[in-house]
Ligand binder design. Structure first.
Ligand code: ADP
Length: 400
């Protein structure tokens, strides 16, 4: 079975064709600068193998539909084609927000569109593009199941006391304001991977999963189900991120408006794009921050301290939420690569049975690995995330 996974963004389309017999990636591609003067399509067939072929096309790509068509042409026709269109069995789409209705993946049917369109207001920057990709793919592959996999779905098992804000209740009823979380596909994937690496059933485990890239979130997973997560109505809440503030006093809006004369749009922009690590020290890439710390940059040190302290605080609160914790998993760009952030995050946590093996933690690898000591009561893991594979598995399961 071959699954085409599509992540259609506001100005780009990422895609992978995965052969589910061995879960190998047959094609991995990226269409960028859609709608700009010059679009770019880069693609690799059989990436990372001795059959790898790289392709780069530069030409105007006015619309997402044309971008997708170009990608399919590359996969199915021409000298580096890997299969015919008929051989693609399922198409899986990443969708950022599913709201309360879409708490699991679905195969698109015509009657779903009103409800799907309704989700767009929950993620106005992402959902229209995600769903637009699904519409385009439906036209290209009218007889192939189109599966939508929602980033929020994994978090739909949160109980009301975790997802409700203490706001007037009608805002929940009428405006659907509540906590939805994000990165759910990744949290679920690494939770399941961790269980299988520890030779346990995820239903028998309590986990804390930390997805830490440019965006960052942390989830409490009880018996395999998400019971709390740090992102909220939008992906702004929670941990300190590259340019996003994470948690702040909500009164900061009024304070900035009064003291600086900023309007809501400007404040929103600051919290999303000028805050987080970048706001604290001017840099949003952890690699640059470490290099600056080496040179004695105190603001860079402060940014690292605020970031790791916030994560530690969340770990502590999720220990209280879960009662007992079997394993903690780090994933995504920082989580997978940054041993300093991992070590700093767990500073002082030894009395709670969380001990990092300094040597293993410092070893670089692309593989999943346990970084806690043998006598650590809680296992601490680094597990590379693979959202495309997770989507492909969900899509295949539903379409089979
Ligand atoms: P996203 O998908 O949210 O854009 P990623 O998961 O790709 O982000 O993570 C990107 C971030 O990961 C970078 O901004 C950088 O801070 C961090 N990162 C990537 N590689 C390394 C590394 N080798 N060491 C430390 N941090 C890294």
């Amino acid at each position: 079975m071959k699954v085409l996974v599509i992540n259609s963004g506001s100005s780009s389309i990422k895609y992978q064709l995965i052969d589910m017999t061995d879960e190998s990636v047959m094609v991995s591609g990226l269409v960028e600068r859609i709608g700009e003067e010059q679009g770019v399509l880069t693609s690799k067939t059989f990436p990372g193998t001795d059959r790898e072929v790289k392709t780069k096309l530069e030409q105007p790509i006015p619309t997402h539909s044309e971008g997708l068509q170009l990608s399919i042409d590359l996969i199915c026709t021409g000298e580096n084609a890997v299969c015919t269109m008929d051989e693609i069995d399922v198409v899986g789409h990443r969708v950022v927000a599913g709201g309360e209705k879409f708490n699991h993946p679905v195969i698109i049917t015509e009657d779903m569109w009103p409800d799907l369109t309704e989700t767009e207001r929950l993620a106005p920057l992402h959902n229209p593009a995600n769903l637009g990709g699904a519409k385009d793919a439906t036209k290209l592959f009218p007889n192939v199941p189109q599966v939508l996999v929602f980033d929020t779905a994994f978090h739909q098992t949160m109980p009301p006391h975790a997802y409700m804000y203490a706001l007037p209740y009608e805002y929940y009823e009428e405006d659907h304001i509540r906590r939805y979380g994000a990165h759910g596909t990744s949290h679920k994937y690494v939770a399941n991977e961790c269980a299988s690496l520890m030779d346990k059933k995820v239903e028998d485990m309590n986990l804390i999963t930390i997805h830490m890239g440019n965006g960052a979130s942390i989830s409490a997973v009880k018996n395999g189900l998400c019971v709390d997560t740090s992102m909220g109505l939008t992906p702004l809440e929670g941990l300190v991120m590259g340019t996003r503030s994470g948690d702040v006093d909500p009164a900061v809006h009024n304070y900035l408006a009064v003291n600086r004369g900023l309007d809501i749009a400007a404040i929103d922009n600051i919290l999303h794009k000028e805050s987080g690590l970048k706001g604290l020290c001017g840099m949003n890439d952890m690699r640059d921050i470490h290099a600056a710390i080496e040179k004695g940059d105190e603001r860079a040190q402060l940014a690292l301290d605020v970031q790791t302290y916030r994560t530690r605080k969340y770990i502590g609160s999720y220990m209280a939420v879960l009662g007992s914790v079997d394993a903690i998993v780090f994933t995504a760009g920082i989580g997978e690569n940054d041993d300093i952030v991992r070590a700093e995050t767990f500073k002082g946590m030894e009395p709670f049975g969380m001990k990092i093996d300094t040597e293993i933690n410092a070893t670089r690898s692309k593989e999943a690995r346990k970084i806690s000591t043998e006598d650590s009561a809680v296992a601490i893991w680094v597990i590379p995330t693979n959202e495309e594979l997770a989507i492909a598995r969900e899509a295949m399961m539903l379409a089979k």
